[in-house]
Design a protein around this ligand. Structure first.
Ligand code: GLN
Length: 489
């Protein structure tokens, strides 16, 4: 156990009391990363100098007893699809190799202005398309619990660094499950906020109507703390929420007495591992024993959500990725004409999954198919929203497993896109509806791999979602840590 194993809340207390400096904390985290990275490959870029300089500045503020808030001096990692001023940002794509953004994403600006120490940029599936981080153009990331297995994705690097202690927290993005699913597979807490709560300015867009940035942490309390830090209206994001932002940390610790918890009936049975179902049902028993009213709820349209998502997300991606033309960013492969140069740059710059999505999306949006595919998918999205609204008349939150299965072996699903797409069956509906969701680790399966439990809430329902999540965490008493070849605690 070193300072790298502290939660954000513990480390913040140590920094505030003067028991520890940010320089010491940041060194412990970078030392941990130096050991774990040989196995994990969770970081694409580490900014050691930048981190140590930020830590020294934080120490000066703490010495003056004038810190910028609870995150001042805390080492945080960023998924490499968030723009960082002057620091390479690739979205794990060859097409962006060497791209150094001239500005910080709003979330990065917010973290820096609150004194957070940015450790580096984490690996992901190329442009966040995938569920295993195997689609990175720079090599896969390993799961800290078993390096032969995937960490989930697409924010697999962010999940792995938090699980391994090579950052105390991290940011990821979630378009269909990319925060919650890797959190589940790596045994950490991962949260997707209500659409619009966290600015997308400076996030390299995948599917703009679904993308949201959110926190990875070891505890629910830390999750709320990090969300408090990054949420807020941003005039540079036209979809940014303009209303009142609650304090997310306030909701924690109130228990679940009298709350109505709806178990999504459709998320069980075929395709769900028995160990995952057993862990979730034992959690439901404990929740009802502590005073929650646990009932089964049907949300029938969730069965069609995956199909709708795999039309809407590729459609939006085909439009968003049109900007990578060999002229404005990154890779350029020469050709006899401008068109040939663009075609070659795109053919060489994009990997196979990104190419598949662009083709699917272009097809779904093409004249003659638009109504049959894209239009139908939007109808399903509207039906799903209505279904959710009906369910939330009866219950305060909905719950399910986060992922139908625990971490799978590298290579197991990478040749079968449909098998890979099923990873997100339980998480995609919240993205289509724009609702928040969180994954909390609740136990290990028979192979010692983490199991995640998902709590979903209606739009802006983060306070009740965190309230239930904190109780799930308390009841789970999950304190196992990965023994990464003897290098972690
Ligand atoms: N796995 C899903 C996909 O491949 C979700 C990805 C994400 O949330 N970014 O699209």
């Amino acid at each position: 156990m070193t300072a790298a194993d502290l939660t954000i809340t513990q480390a913040a207390a140590g920094l505030a009391s003067g028991e520890m400096t940010s320089t010491q904390l940041t060194e412990a985290v970078l030392d941990r990363a130096a050991m774990t990275e040989a196995v994990l490959h969770a970081y694409l870029t580490m900014d050691r100098d930048g981190a140590m300089a930020a830590a020294a500045e934080s120490d000066r503020r703490h010495a003056r007893k004038d810190p910028l808030g609870p995150l001042d001096g805390i080492p945080i990692a960023l998924k490499d699809n968030m723009c960082t001023h002057g620091v390479e940002t690739t979205a794990s794509s060859k097409i962006l190799a060497g791209y150094r953004p001239p500005y910080d994403a709003t979330v990065v600006e917010r973290l820096r202005s609150q004194g957070a120490v940015i450790t580096g940029k984490t690996n992901l599936d190329e442009f966040a398309m995938g569920s295993s981080t195997e689609n990175s153009a720079y090599g896969a990331t390993s799961n800290p619990w078993d390096p032969d297995r995937v960490p989930g994705g697409s924010s697999g690097g962010s999940a792995a660094v938090v699980a391994a202690g090579s950052a105390l927290g991290a940011l990821g993005s979630d378009t269909g499950g990319s925060i919650r699913q890797p959190a589940a597979l790596c045994g950490v807490v991962g949260m997707k906020p209500t659409y619009g709560l966290v600015s997308r300015f400076g996030l390299i867009a995948f599917a703009s109507s679904l993308d949201q940035i959110g926190p990875f942490t070891r505890t629910v309390t830390d999750s709320a703390l990090l969300l408090d830090a990054i949420a807020g209206f941003d005039p540079r994001d036209a979809t940014s929420f303009r209303g009142e932002y609650p304090n997310f940390s306030d909701a924690i610790g109130r228990g679940v007495q009298g709350l109505r918890i709806g178990v999504v009936k459709e998320f069980s049975g075929e395709g769900f591992e028995p160990a995952v179902e057993a862990a979730c049902s034992s959690m439901l028993d404990r929740l009802s024993a502590t005073g929650a009213d646990v009932v089964e709820v049907s949300v029938p349209t969730v069965d069609a959500a995956l199909s709708a998502y795999y039309l809407i997300a590729p459609a939006e991606c085909s439009a968003n990725l049109a900007r990578f033309d060999g002229i404005r960013y990154g890779l350029r492969v020469s050709g006899a004409t401008t068109e040939e140069m663009m075609a070659r740059s795109r053919a060489e710059g994009f990997g196979p999954e990104v190419t598949r999505r662009i083709l699917l999306g272009t097809y779904a949006l093409s004249a003659g198919y638009y109504d049959a595919f894209y239009g139908k998918a939007l109808e399903v999205r509207a039906l799903l929203q209505a279904d959710f609204a009906a369910a939330y008349e009866k219950v305060d939150v909905l719950v399910s497993p986060t992922s139908p299965f625990t971490a799978f072996k590298m290579g197991d699903k990478s040749q079968d896109p449909l098998a890979m797409y099923l990873c997100d069956i339980c998480t995609i509906p919240s993205n289509l509806a724009g609702h928040p969701g969180i994954s909390i680790p609740i136990g290990l399966d028979e192979s010692g791999l983490p199991i995640g439990f998902q709590v979903m809430a209606p739009a802006l329902g983060e306070p009740v979602m965190y309230r239930v999540a904190a109780e799930v965490e308390r009841l789970a008493t999950f304190d196992a840590r990965p023994e990464l070849a003897g290098v972690t605690a």
